[in-house]
Unconditional design. Structure first.
Length: 197
């Protein structure tokens, strides 16, 4: 094993190529696609079984871990009676995804999912902290709703008022710009309807 980097350097190839692992990504892609197909069609137990097998082969693939976390979260929350054990288990896969995701490709979606799981478990402060770590106004509505669930209605209301204010300010600009586009394309009726808005 210690000679592999030197051998790869001599042949001017990666260690993955040297070991014939180019096929690995295609196999992982097929496994991921199948898992997503099962999830989207509502076959949650089949998806979980499939993902467990896939993770035995590829335990350190961040996206596969993310899909497993999401599958557990969906399975744990898709009925009236929440399965807290599955939601807790999903957190381990989200944490593993964040740990393995060196490039940060799945950071935002993983944090969103983890925050939702924490909210389900009543761990509101942690959920808010995670969403705030993304430094994006996209999550104001989610954060406000978590505050409301916590009983901090006024704090949630302040965030919702800010969101509404931003929306009210940008809405006329948005509709006017879109109406101009319609007008330039000769779609005057649609432009008129937008201007009425």
């Amino acid at each position: 094993i210690t000679l592999l980097p030197n051998i790869a350097r001599i042949f001017k190839v990666s260690i993955d190529t040297l070991l014939g692992l180019e096929l690995r990504n295609e196999t992982i892609k097929e496994l991921k696609d199948e898992a997503l197909k099962l999830l989207n069609s509502g076959h949650f137990s089949d998806a979980l079984y499939h993902l467990e097998s896939a993770l035995v082969k590829y335990p350190n693939d961040p996206e596969l871990n993310l899909i497993m976390g999401r599958a557990l979260l969906i399975s744990g929350t898709n009925k009236k009676e929440k399965n807290i054990e599955l939601v807790n288990k999903s957190l381990r896969y989200f944490d593993k995804t964040l740990y393995l995701d060196n490039e940060g490709s799945f950071k935002e979606v993983t944090i969103q999912n983890k925050s939702y799981a924490l909210t389900i478990l009543g761990r509101y402060e942690e959920a808010i902290e995670l969403l705030e770590s993304l430094n994006s106004d996209k999550y104001i509505l989610e954060i406000a709703n978590i505050y409301i669930k916590m009983g901090k209605v006024e704090k949630g209301m302040v965030l919702l008022q800010k969101l509404l204010s931003d929306f009210a300010f940008s809405f006329p600009i948005l509709t006017n710009s879109l109406a101009n586009c319609y007008e330039k394309l000769g779609r005057k009726d649609e432009a008129y309807e937008l201007m009425k808005l």
